[in-house]
Design a binder for this molecule. Structure first.
Ligand code: GDP
Ligand code: MG
Length: 163
């Protein structure tokens, strides 16, 4: 059994892009189980020498913030409860939104270790978002670019402590 790493965060921060980078073509399962797990995808991930099971959670198209947070929370809860570590992804360029803070508040109360990942930081972008992210109380944000593969070594170093 390899360790499970859940990728969570609000829609559009780049969770699936990060999942795809970690899993590449090794995507093993597309989980079509009805209900809260419907949109979860799991795959065998590799980061340097580190092997683990990555779990992607959905980005939702629901425009109703109330039901969106409700459903995201259910899905996030299920993924987080099963995980050995969580990658909580924010958009370093967009900065912290109320939805980010909402999930951060919940995540802080959970037992699963959380690594705060500031995505979209290629080429040193997203410095203001990274600065704001300290206020989430989840430790030092780790700037990465899922799309360009930047910060992946630092991500491996952060993960190796927990899995
Ligand atoms: P998700 O909803 O959190 O799964 O986000 P997606 O992975 O679907 O990505 C949302 C958008 O952000 C897409 O347009 C991606 O191309 C873009 N994106 C993802 N990662 C990066 C990144 O590292 N840098 C930039 N600039 N854009 C990114
Ligand atoms: Mg997605």
């Amino acid at each position: 059994m390899t360790a499970k790493v859940a990728i969570v965060g609000r829609p559009n921060v780049g969770k699936s892009t990060l999942f795809n980078r970690l899993v590449g073509k090794r995507l093993a399962i597309v989980d079509d189980t009805p209900g809260v797990t419907r949109d979860r995808r799991e795959g065998a991930a590799m980061l340097g020498d580190l092997e683990f099971t990555a779990v992607d959670t959905a980005g939702l198209e629901d425009s109703d913030v109330e039901s969106m947070t409700g459903r995201m929370r259910l899905q996030t809860e299920a993924a987080v409860f099963e995980a050995d570590a969580v990658l909580f992804v924010i958009d370093g360029r967009a900065g912290i939104t109320p939805l980010d803070s909402h999930f951060a508040n919940w995540l802080r109360k959970q037992k699963t270790p959380v690594i705060l990942v500031a995505n979209k930081c290629e080429g040193g972008a997203g410095k203001s978002g990274v600065g704001e992210a300290y206020a989430l109380g989840l430790g030092d944000p780790l700037p990465v670019s899922a799309e360009h593969g930047e910060g992946m070594y630092d991500l491996a170093v952060a993960l190796i402590e927990h899995i």
